[in-house]
Design a binder for this molecule. Structure first.
Ligand code: GLN
Length: 186
């Protein structure tokens, strides 16, 4: 297939690029609207700071490009801040970005004490995936269109909706390539 566009206005885009290198999959960093060319057939929205990413998405013109990509039903993978950017609604922030994922997501949901931690859980059929959380969100309600793939400590942290994958955790910060492989297969 084609090239994965990795949103690279802010955040952990380099780690996703390294993961795709391990899988031998081509990628291109998206920093400006012109970077989103016809070779791009899937998009990664990395972790970082969603408010900053949201502002930069609009100022670069990448927002419209990626929104059209998602509206066309093409694959997108959002990790952490990327899950926030995809959500239909946030329960502790008035912003809505792509609004494509049928779920309500809470930013910084684990608070200060448990801001960063590790766990292990399934992502759907992918068993015992290592979960790395860094001031991540979790999902407070899931609509009919989305499917819960990962739950940990009673909280939903992984979703799938057609060709959308969203994780509150960071697969790109582990050695486990399985969720990236699933994404590349969509
Ligand atoms: N706390 C960040 C936010 O709300 C997300 C953290 C992350 O992506 N590691 O945007």
């Amino acid at each position: 297939h084609g090239v994965t566009g990795i949103l690279a206005v802010q955040g952990a885009f380099a780690e996703h690029a390294a993961m795709l290198d391990r899988l031998g999959a081509p990628w291109k960093l998206l920093r400006a609207a012109e970077d989103f060319d016809e070779s791009i057939d899937r998009v990664i929205l990395p972790g970082g700071e969603s408010t900053t990413q949201g502002k930069l998405l609009h100022s670069t013109g990448l927002f419209e490009k990626i929104a059209a990509h998602i509206a066309a039903g093409k694959p997108v993978f959002g990790t952490c801040a990327g899950m926030i950017l995809l959500a239909r609604k946030l329960d502790n922030d008035d912003n809505v970005y792509f609004g494509a994922l049928d779920a309500v997501v809470r930013r910084n949901a684990y608070g200060r004490q448990l801001g960063s931690f590790a766990a292990t859980a399934d992502f759907g059929d992918i068993k015992d995936f290592p979960l790395v959380f860094i001031r991540g969100p979790f999902v407070v309600s899931v609509g009919d269109e989305a499917t819960v793939e990962t739950e940990v400590n009673g909280n939903v942290v992984g979703l799938r909706q057609g060709r959308i994958i969203a994780t509150a955790f960071h697969p790109e910060l582990t050695d486990d390539t399985r969720i990236h492989e699933l994404f590349l297969g969509l």
